[in-house]
Design a protein around this ligand. Structure first.
Ligand code: PMP
Ligand code: GLN
Length: 383
């Protein structure tokens, strides 16, 4: 048997969560909240179940949910997507990313990803028969490097995948960077796949720069987000894609033979819950407080904090630890941290094709305050 994905093993998130469990470590590895979503959202889903929303919904998603998504995008970012032809509900952002790539990328094309990047991008590109082209984000700052990006674009470049706010580094693209991106792509027909799953986790008063704020970018983009992140329900696996009708028509051709449609009661529950914008408008303050609490506690350890402008991830540099620990590669360091310190983390190397070591680990702060305190105590006492 010849593997379609010979380089791929089990994802680092699964591996580290299993190790965390085995070692009874505080799991700050895989990105998911250890608290539940809003009781009102649960009630809305229960109501949908009882109301009999239990058969196939329309292929593109329940119309009331698509309408709620369109209204939210328009209110926040100014772009109006057509409910009938430009929005599709997906089984999470992962399915939306794979579907977008399979639908829009041809064998032999090149697709640019900015490293470090989320681990599902490259396998999606490979499955489409295309070539992933890795362009590094700027060393140190992890901001886009437009000179290198420009140099990577060729006549074979079909698409570019951009993720802001960025997993794993927590950088958030500025309006000026989005304008630079628009300028760079203007003379090309490169499509943009915009992974915006952390759109509501931007801190210190900054604004998320959705492609939907930039009509020129929106015209060539598939915008992707996920309710799992926004509403603390990563296990529901419901997200969406929004794109101009011509792109969305192709997206749906794949979607209908990939999952066909997404479970009905969650969609109805989400649609009802979305009528109130407060939960997502309050999310930045909710997570900023956790970020600040976590950073303040980490300041009492030898770990060096990297900036965190958005997402629920905090990266730390461990080069200041004892020489024998600092000498460990990131994967070994994260295993050591899980086993010996009792806190699970994700190595940044997992987001690079070459698995390079920069002595950086990613910690997730989407946790109850007690969980963060328990992790901080271990890190303060044992590092
Ligand atoms: N993109 C990024 C950058 C992510 O961090 C994640 C999830 N952690 C996803 C996509 C996938 O989201 P979902 O769980 O909705 O498939
Ligand atoms: N996206 C989450 C993370 O970065 C994990 C999702 C997964 O386990 N596939 O931690």
């Amino acid at each position: 048997l010849t593997s379609r994905l010979p380089q791929v093993g089990t994802t680092i998130f699964t591996v580290m969560s299993a190790l965390a469990q085995e070692c009874a470590a505080v799991n700050l590895g895989q990105g998911f909240p250890d608290f539940d979503g809003d009781a009102r959202l649960m009630a809305a889903v229960k109501q949908a179940l009882d109301a009999g929303h239990n058969q196939y919904p329309p292929m593109a998603g329940v119309p009331v949910l698509r309408e709620a998504i369109a209204a939210k995008i328009e209110a926040l970012y100014g772009q109006r997507y057509d409910v009938g032809s430009e929005i599709t509900v997906t089984a999470g952002a992962t399915q939306a990313i794979l579907t977008a790539v399979l639908a829009l990328v041809h064998p032999g094309d090149e697709v640019i990803v900015l490293e470090p990047c989320y681990d599902s991008y490259e396998p999606a590109i490979t499955l489409a028969g295309a070539t992933p082209v890795r362009v590094p984000l700027s060393a140190g700052s992890f901001r886009p490097d437009f000179a290198r990006l420009a140099a990577a674009i060729t006549p074979r470049t079909r698409a570019l995948i951009v993720n802001t706010p960025h997993n794993p580094t927590g950088t958030v693209w500025s309006a000026a960077e989005m304008a630079q991106l628009a300028e760079l792509l203007r003379p090309t027909d490169v499509l943009l796949i915009a992974d915006e799953v952390y759109e509501h986790m931007v801190y210190d008063g900054a604004a998320h720069q959705s492609v939907a704020r930039h009509p020129e970018l929106a015209a060539r983009s598939v915008l992707i987000s996920s309710f799992g992140k926004t509403y603390h329900v990563t296990g529901w696996k419901v997200g969406f894609a929004a794109a101009p009708a011509a792109l969305m028509a192709e997206f749906r051709k794949v979607h209908q033979f990939n999952v066909f449609t997404v479970n009905s009661p969650m969609q109805h529950g989400l649609a009802a819950y979305m009528a109130d914008p407060a939960p997502y408008l309050e999310l930045p303050a909710f997570y900023q407080r956790k970020r600040d609490l976590f950073r303040a506690g980490l300041a009492g350890t030898p770990l060096r904090l990297l900036p965190c402008e958005g997402t629920y991830f905090q990266c730390v540099d461990y080069s200041g630890l004892h020489a024998d620990i600092a000498a460990l590669g990131e994967a070994d360091f994260c295993r050591w941290l899980t086993r010996e310190v009792g806190v699970a983390a994700i190595p940044l190397s997992a987001f690079y094709a070459d698995g390079r070591n920069q002595q950086i680990a990613r910690l997730c702060f989407a946790k109850r305050d007690e969980t963060l305190q328990a992790a901080l105590e271990r890190l303060q006492q044992r590092l």
